[in-house]
Design a protein around this ligand. Structure first.
Ligand code: FES
Length: 161
């Protein structure tokens, strides 16, 4: 077992964990942050995406031994609030980008990660980003998701409210 002290959504967390256990398991089962979903548990679907030290990662495929002491993790619970949604979350609703909703936390976290690195993505950039991060949706198809990110990008740039 190893001890890890790291920050999740701005709150310091101190856990004792098996070094081989995944970050997704720790988030969900030890810290109660069940907004992070586990679909495939094999790094293939992106449902478990979180932001780790500024990078979008699949938390099911990120073992705790790879999470540095002092690391900063952002999960869906750290993005927006019910009273003040993040622009990506607002756009998700406006475009009906969720159907069953299972993949939405991972997509939204991934999209926020994209907009933190590129506030003016093209539609192809958005598609490439989701492909690179293996975000997969089986319900809506990808058009509403890309539409949502394009609108959210305009809001982030201050071109749309
Ligand atoms: Fe992690 Fe599918 S649950 S990538």
């Amino acid at each position: 077992m190893i001890q890890k002290v790291f920050s999740v959504n701005g709150v310091e967390r101190n856990v004792v964990v098996d070094p081989e256990v995944s970050l997704a398991t720790v988030l969900r089962e030890q810290l109660g942050l069940t907004g992070t979903k586990v679909g495939c548990d094999q790094g293939q679907c992106g449902a478990c995406s979180v932001i780790l030290d500024g990078k979008v990662v699949r938390s099911c495929a990120t073992k705790m031994k790879r999470v540095a002491d002092g690391a900063k993790v952002t999960t869906i619970e750290g993005i927006g609030t019910p009273d003040k949604l993040h622009p990506v979350q607002q756009a998700w609703i406006a475009h009906g980008a969720a159907q069953c909703g299972f993949c939405s936390p991972g997509f939204i976290v991934s999209a926020v990660g994209l907009l933190e690195t590129n506030q003016k993505p093209s539609r192809q950039d958005v598609r490439d980003w989701f492909q690179k991060h293996r975000n997969a949706c089986r319900c809506t198809g990808y058009k509403p998701l890309v539409d949502a990110v394009m609108d959210a990008a305009k809001v982030v740039r201050g071109e749309m409210s």
